[in-house]
Design a protein around this ligand. Structure first.
Ligand code: BES
Ligand code: MN
Ligand code: ZN
Length: 492
């Protein structure tokens, strides 16, 4: 998607469809810039056409006298005082649907109007660019006949000279985040016979072309020498070799401690010997969504040139049954030295993440966030609205909550109290890999917490990483949250 900023009055600069975002007071500041006809038309016409500026309402108008615009799209933002960031995102999505319906490929927005909205210009422009970039994504990789494809191609924003740089930067950031989110979606949607651990490694290596990015991959042999017995036990039943991907972004000073992101990369989760039921098992191709979101976020961070250091770790393998697969009751030794009794081979995510957490310690991180489609219990608790948040550090947890709110990629925190840790006791190892039926998402998080000797947060995205049903597909979450979190950490 192309972008341009035009400085000066709108009527000289306009092109394509003029998109006017307005609250239910229907106040427009761009009017001065339009020609007389358009101006009078816009003052009278919306209400006559039944447009009241409610959230998500749109009105598409065409008239040759709108020139130089070919059309006008009014987009309702609802009452100013009850507006929230979610309503803004929702309104942008309906605006995109209307543009698609009328096959509009170029639009013009007016910063004068944006300034009438509740939020600051920077946030608005970044969100517009992010959401429209995300809307432009469509999966077609494995389709022979690609259906005729609608794309919004160009966005113009008219502005004043002093705002120009701010608007351009915000637009670029939004685009980088949207594309990061689209990369996460694509990796999630690709079938598991394409999107294997080696494929994720190859895609990650491509990021090495970006400025300040270096990518390396540990092989099974390397993991053996590091003692990652827990991670490797998950991979035992599979022909596909496991990979441990390390993406280093060094946009900060050399001595500056990094933030580490860890993404669960199970490219297919059959459950292993504790085999899952067949119905709905196809959805377990999304079990690498945490990995996808970390790879997508690393791409966005590098494209944004954030002034900080970030390391992305992706432990990735399949969870398959087979003659060499791990058995329930096997005891394995993790890289930390802690032994684990595997009571259910379907609780495999925590087994690969614990070794990645131990590995993360070598970077002396200021904070570590792991992202995983970890438990079905989290879907039961929070549905597909909020991701589960767990943390050993209140300050970090607050920062993650705030980032989620800002990006409208929300989280809800649950506890990891000692009382829950008790459920993981084992007679045969230092810890068991499951904690019984009660509080399944919490005990999964407690398991991870035992391996985190630094400020740590865990996001359970089992309910938020994809949608089921007719619109089945990956959502790209929580890339927007992670980017927002890192931006604020970097001082932006
Ligand atoms: N990948 C699944 C979690 C999952 C389930 C995500 C359903 C999305 C939808 C994970 O590896 C898993 O199987 N977890 C088990 C844990 C249990 C055995 C303690 C679960 O949630 O059932
Ligand atoms: Mn599983
Ligand atoms: Zn899994």
């Amino acid at each position: 998607m192309d972008f341009s900023i035009k400085i000066g009055p709108s009527e000289k600069l306009g092109k394509g469809c003029a998109v006017l975002l307005l609250h239910s007071n229907l106040k427009l500041s761009s009017l001065k810039g339009f020609n007389k006809f358009t101006n009078t038309f816009l003052k009278k016409s919306p209400r006559e056409n039944g447009f009241y500026g409610n959230t998500g309402e749109t009105l598409y108008l065409t008239n040759s006298l709108f020139a130089p615009f070919s059309s006008i799209l009014l987009v309702g933002m609802g009452e100013k005082n009850t507006m929230d960031r979610g309503k803004f995102v929702r309104a942008l999505n309906t605006a995109y649907d209307a543009l698609k319906k009328h096959n509009v490929t170029e639009i013009t927005l007016f910063s004068n109007d944006l300034k009438n909205l509740k939020y600051d210009l920077e946030f608005l422009v970044q969100t517009i660019s992010r959401v429209l970039t995300e809307s432009n994504y469509k999966y077609e990789n494995t389709l022979k006949t690609k259906p005729g494809r609608y794309l919004l191609k160009k966005i113009n924003i008219t502005s004043t000279l002093d705002e120009k740089i701010e608007i351009r930067e915000a637009f670029k950031r939004g685009k980088a985040i949207g594309e990061g989110s689209n990369l996460a979606k694509e990796l999630g949607n690709l079938p598991p016979n394409t999107c294997t651990p080696s494929f994720l490694a190859k895609k990650s290596k491509n990021l090495g072309r970006l400025k300040n990015v270096a990518v390396s991959v540990l092989s099974r042999k390397n993991m053996e020498s590091l003692g990652m017995g827990s991670l490797l036990s998950v991979s035992n039943g599979s022909y596909e070799p496991p990979q441990f991907i390390i993406i280093k972004y060094t946009g900060g000073r050399k001595t500056q401690k990094p933030v580490v992101l860890i993404g669960k990369g199970i490219t297919f989760d059959t459950g292993g010997i504790s085999l899952k039921p067949s119905s709905g098992m196809d959805e377990m191709k999304y079990d690498m969504s945490g990995a996808g979101s970390v790879i997508g976020t690393m791409q966005a961070v590098a494209r944004m040139n954030l002034p900080m250091n970030v390391i992305g770790l992706v432990p990735t393998c399949e969870n398959m049954p087979g003659g060499a697969a791990t058995r329930p009751s096997d005891v394995v030794r993790s890289m930390s030295g802690k032994t684990i009794e595997i009571l259910n081979t379907d609780a495999e995510g925590r087994l690969i993440l614990c070794d990645a957490l131990t590995y993360a310690a070598r970077f002396k991180p200021t904070a570590v966030i792991d992202v995983a489609t970890l438990t079905g219990a989290c879907v039961v608790a929070l549905g597909n609205v909020a991701s589960g948040l767990f943390s050993n550090n209140d300050e970090l947890a607050n920062q993650v909550e705030i980032a989620g709110e800002k990006a409208w990629d929300r989280v809800w925190r649950l506890p990891t109290w000692d009382d829950y840790h008790k459920q993981l006791e084992s007679n045969f190892a230092d810890v068991a890999n499951i904690g019984g039926r009660a509080a399944g998402s919490i005990t999964a998080a407690c398991f991870l917490e035992k391996f985190a000797n630094f400020p740590w947060a865990h996001l359970d995205i089992a309910g938020t990483a994809w949608v089921s049903g007719k619109a089945k597909g990956s959502t790209g979450r929580p890339v927007p949250l992670l980017c927002e979190f890192l931006m604020s950490k970097s001082g932006w």
